[in-house]
Design a protein around this ligand. Sequence first.
Ligand code: FES
Length: 107
Amino acid sequence: ACTVHVNGRRVVSCLTLALLHDGDEITTIEGLGTPDAMHPMQAAFVACDGYQCGYCTSGQIMSAVALLKEPCGPDDASVKELMSGNICRCGAYPGIVAAIQHVRKHS
Ligand code: FES
């Protein structure tokens, strides 16, 4: 749930010492888009029902956006492997994978 971007790469913020990132570019979910102008990944999560309670959603989306710049095979299994560090206790995984694949295919 705490995934953020440090210089464009995903980082688990709860295990990261902020002092080590003085001067780095930090992006949180609030930096991706707005309710009126969502990032394509945020819009895809809405369209594909990629969430239920929303607790994990900010981290899922931040990780998913970073995944777009990482080497990843084209199939769902590859996406699941790269997203395996993000846990969803609601089990919204099918929608999460669908959202990511939607963005990968349309961007
Ligand atoms: Fe509830 Fe993921 S949507 S934990």
